[in-house]
Design a protein. Structure first.
Length: 328
């Protein structure tokens, strides 16, 4: 397993970092009950997993109270019941999207003002039953708040010892760069990670994603991460809700274009050659690419979790990767 804070390959003079994924905990405490969530968390640690990704708003759309927080609460109860486990895992959580008025979203979303960030980080720590967050994300942009205010508030979270690192999720590359420049200019901690939606199969060019708030990785954002050694890339919806392997989960309409068929054909060929599942080939392609990424993998069964761990051992050869890259 790679160093906790590394999501990219090491420098040329050192060995490459081992690939890894983050466990997506969005459904914990809602779609997955406490028992099922605990079973997955236990198996994740048993297999050597480190990063657990959640958010303070998960999952308000399934919460009768309409505000969320169940995922952080379940993780916190799990940590409290297992002394010593907190030192073996790293917690990633987010602020921005939690409704402040039950049932009223997005109009009552907390946003990224300084008071909202200060309040949210302490509430997350309380639910998670921990004294620090290893990676704290701005869940989405908030253009109603000056970027300088948001950057200063996130820097304060680090200077107060409440978080170790900072990231920006669903932000355009130019906003991330501007925020990082503000942080450098004011001497506060800045964003060192970017989180976007990304997988092997791509949406139709120009398609608007129907999922509110999702921002897809673009060639520009990939190039930005590639050129910034301090910036890690995490990606969500990395397995497209099971669409690569489950006939009952067809790809959404905005993936319906000729490039999808070509990519799926090559994906099937490489899976057959390697004896791996299509999901495993996708995860190997993501973690071993340039830039290398950290896929966030959501699972509901331990078998799916084991499939993801086994994918970290899969190495695509140069010819297989070339074919996968060039299919479009």
């Amino acid at each position: 397993m790679s160093a906790p804070n590394s999501a990219r390959n090491s420098t040329p003079n050192s060995a490459p970092a081992a690939p890894y994924f983050a466990l997506g905990a969005m459904d914990f405490g809602t779609r997955l009950d406490r028992e099922a969530s605990t079973r997955l968390l236990d198996r994740f640690v048993e297999r050597g997993g480190r990063w657990i990704d959640t958010a303070n708003c998960y999952s308000f759309w399934l919460d009768p109270s309409g505000t969320g927080g169940q995922s952080e609460t379940v993780i916190g109860e799990w940590l409290a019941a297992r002394p010593g486990v907190r030192d073996r895992v790293l917690i990633s959580t987010k602020v921005r999207q939690q409704p402040t008025v039950p049932g009223k979203w997005p109009e009552s979303a907390e946003g990224l003002s300084a008071p909202a960030v200060r309040r949210a980080v302490r509430e997350s720590l309380r639910r998670l039953r921990t004294d620090r967050i290893d990676l704290y994300w701005a869940h989405a942009e908030d253009r109603e708040v000056p970027l300088e205010e948001t950057v200063a508030a996130f820097g304060e979270v680090v200077s107060d010892g409440l978080a170790l690192r900072l990231g920006a999720s669903n932000h355009t590359a130019w906003r991330v760069e501007r925020g990082r420049a503000i942080a450098r200019g004011t001497g506060v901690a800045g964003w060192t990670a970017l989180q976007l939606r990304y997988s092997y199969v791509q949406p139709r060019p120009g398609a608007v994603l129907p999922e509110a708030g999702h921002l897809h990785a673009t060639p520009e954002s990939l190039d930005y991460v590639r050129s910034e050694p301090e910036l890690d890339l995490w990606v969500y919806s990395s397995l497209l809700w099971g669409s690569y392997t489950r006939p009952d989960r067809p790809l959404p309409e905005h993936y319906d274009h000729p490039g999808t068929a070509r990519r799926l054909a090559v994906l099937g060929e490489v899976a057959a050659e390697t004896g791996a599942t299509a999901n495993q080939v996708v995860l190997a392609w993501l973690t071993g690419g340039d830039p290398a990424v950290v896929p966030i993998v959501g699972v509901s069964r331990t078998e799916q979790l084991d499939e993801a761990f086994d994918a970290m051992e899969l190495r695509l050869d140069a010819e297989q990767r070339r074919r996968l890259d060039e299919a479009a």
